[in-house]
Design a protein around this ligand. Sequence first.
Ligand code: DOR
Ligand code: ZN
Length: 412
Amino acid sequence: MADTVFSGRFYYHGKFEDLAVGVTDGVITEIGKDTKGDVKIVLPHAVLPAGTDIHVHFRDPGETQKEDFRSGSTSALFGGTTTVIDMPNNIPPVTDYERFENKLDSVTSRAYCDFGLYSLFNGSNQDVLDKRSFGLKIYLGGSTNALPVGELNEHARVFLKEYGKPVIFHAEDGKCLDRHSMVETSCRDHNLSRPVECERTAVSDAVSFGVKRGIIAHLSAPMEVEAGYDVEVTPHHLLLNDSKVENSWGKVNPPLRDSRSQEELLGNYIAGKYRILSSDHAPHTEEDKSGFAHAASGIIGVETRVPLFLALVRRKIVGLDTLLSSSSTFPNALFGIRKGLIEKGYSADFMCVDFSNEIRINQDRLHSRTPVTPFHGFGAVFPSHVVIGGNIAIDGYELIEERFGKFINAGD
Ligand code: DOR
Ligand code: ZN
């Protein structure tokens, strides 16, 4: 007999079926029509695996005026995401085990969703990296709080080749960026000052490192990427372009591209060419974003990533399997997290979705510390209920105040 039985219309093996899913200690133990359990919970709409976002910047510790783990992780839950992996470009950057420990200490008591952490590779810190990290982030060119690696020496190259966990590349080539630098007043200028050419150069550089498990972060335009590397795309590069957004809230690295590139990128995503959909949630304050030329780069997205695409599923523009695979099943599998499928042995992380309830995103109702978003007014389908490890965290579109988030240790 299970602890809890969730009954509802589950998306199971590629179709919707009325099921009773038994959960014990947060893990799915039984799937059937008539599963018995101590507690019974009815989920009223379509039940899907919850999302996992492998690319967020929650700014905690160091810049909690922009976001902290509480605001970031509750935003994630409202958007149907129960697991995030947080980037290491904090102040100070997470480059060694002391800083990793310090960050873990700071964020654990504020985590409402499950989380893992990355470390930043700066070209020479291979001996002091924390083993609990989910992988490494490398900046090949400058960006917010980045420590771009520049020319890597032989020692660093050998280390990267042998490193067994994922290595996530921010692919914009530093020298190329320097050559194109200019005073910018619009998203169009930002695109010109960090052109696709710089991204293409960095992608081939990243591929030349020959790491075992490479991921090209936030591909912003269609380009060839060596088959051995996985490609991540974001909602902003798929749905926005440099003429659709005028102000600095659309300033992001790599930049929004022109509409032709954007449409082609979206077409490729719809065709299943990119296997990871992440938000690259990168919050900044109103002050950081004032005056285009000096505005910080980054767009929030952890709360809107899945809802935007559920609306596209509803409109039959994106396939449900494509969305679930790229926003949950595949990234979970890639990082060895037992989530993202409704199967025995997987964590009971679900979102319950009323597809008939498409609304317009209202930035005043998002939960980030500065919720301004270029997606304001876009159609979205938010989950009515979110279950994390067998616990209801969002109930009828409202947050349950109890905190269920746990650290996922990626150590061996
Ligand atoms: O636009 C960006 N913002 N790109 C990055 O690489 C970093 C991010 C941030 O942390 O703000
Ligand atoms: Zn990022």
